[in-house]
Design a protein around this ligand. Structure first.
Ligand code: PEP
Ligand code: MN
Length: 334
């Protein structure tokens, strides 16, 4: 349920509504926008008498929220959420350009790629240290050593770093090391992991599960937000369909749909979305035009020799060309 305040509401009016709700032992979520203020009510609302709330001073209307996700819901927070990571904003009109290899392989590799993608305009460096591989015999990542190498690349370039957390046991190290925690597609429904990152204030990129609906994905984001962490960025990375000519089917519908139902930023990963370097540019450009808040692209200085996802990684030179086009497309007004 949400309470929309009148345009000329006062802080006393808000306090009165908040007190009324808290007296029913429910939680409130106050979102003050430019135009008005929206007070969200979380929990079992059967105790709330709509007429009583409606009669409180400063209240314009009381609405029931149909969707099962609340804090994630745009009704609870009508304005776009903008997440600020060391001065780099994602959301609203701010694009996050996250580039780097699928996996960190060596200091030379990550530092060289970091320098190149930064020169082309990336504002975040990605690199997996813990890799969720389908086969147990594939390269599993450099683990904690990989995180250290990411930190070196950050020192060298100033780029904030993004890396995937697979297990609660490494949360402390990630809190110290990375600027953004990535929760991978395979862990989108690892609710324990979501709850743990929800208790921190670290920005989180939540990838869409391989076969998850948008509603399930938004509910996973709700798990993080319910714990108090409001810094959630959604990442569309393609879903499983019957199609076999691409690794996944990049669901660009998700961009306008998520924008309608949620205030959270949504970025797109055309690398996993297509699985093929030759399709990355088309789908990256399409994502920008669809209105996303950023892109995540796998870039490798020697894709043929990459230890993970080489077939979908573009070279720094291809990334540079792509960035020139992205800059033009993102400057176009809606
Ligand atoms: C990745 O970003 O390298 C990755 C493993 O992504 P996903 O979880 O989307 O498969
Ligand atoms: Mn990958």
């Amino acid at each position: 349920m949400i309470v929309v305040m009148k345009k000329d509401y006062t802080s006393d009016d808000i306090n009165q509504v908040v007190n009324y709700i808290e007296n029913k032992r429910l939680k409130v979520n106050v979102s003050k926008g430019k135009e008005t203020c929206v007070i969200g009510i979380l929990g079992d609302i059967t105790e709330v008498n709509v007429e009583e709330v409606q009669a409180l001073k400063g209240v314009s209307k009381v609405l029931k929220v149909q969707e099962p996700y609340k804090k994630v819901n745009r009704l609870f927070h009508p304005e776009d959420t903008i997440i600020n990571i060391n001065g780099n904003k994602i959301g609203g009109k701010n694009l996050g350009i996250i580039a780097g290899p699928c996996a960190v392989e060596s200091e030379e590799q990550i530092v060289e790629i970091a320098k190149q993608v930064k020169k082309s305009g990336a504002n975040f460096l990605r690199g997996g240290a813990f890799k969720p591989r389908t086969s147990p015999y594939s390269f599993q990542g450099l683990e904690l050593e990989g995180l250290k190498l990411m930190e070196i690349a950050k020192q060298e370039t100033g780029l904030p770093i993004v890396s995937e957390l697979m297990s609660i046991g490494h949360l402390d190290e990630f809190m110290k090391s990375v600027d953004v925690i990535q929760i991978g597609a395979r862990n989108m429904q690892n609710y324990d992991l979501l709850k743990q990152v929800g208790r921190t204030n670290k920005p989180v990129i939540l990838k869409r599960g391989l076969s998850s609906t948008i509603e399930e994905w938004l509910l996973s984001a709700e798990h993080i937000m319910a714990g108090g962490n409001e810094n959630v960025i959604l990442c569309e990375r393609g879903i499983r369909t019957f199609e076999t000519y691409t690794r996944n089917t990049l669901d660009l519908n998700a961009v306008p749909v998520v924008k309608k139902y949620s205030h959270l930023p949504i970025i797109v990963d055309p690398s996993h979305g297509t699985g093929s370097s030759e399709y990355v540019e088309s789908m990256a450009k399409a994502s920008i035009v669809a209105g996303c808040d950023g892109i995540m692209i796998e870039v490798h200085n020697n894709p043929e020799k990459a230890l993970s996802d080489g077939q979908q990684s573009i070279t720094p030179q291809q990334f540079d060309k792509l960035m020139k086009k992205i800059k033009i497309l993102s400057s176009l007004e809606d």
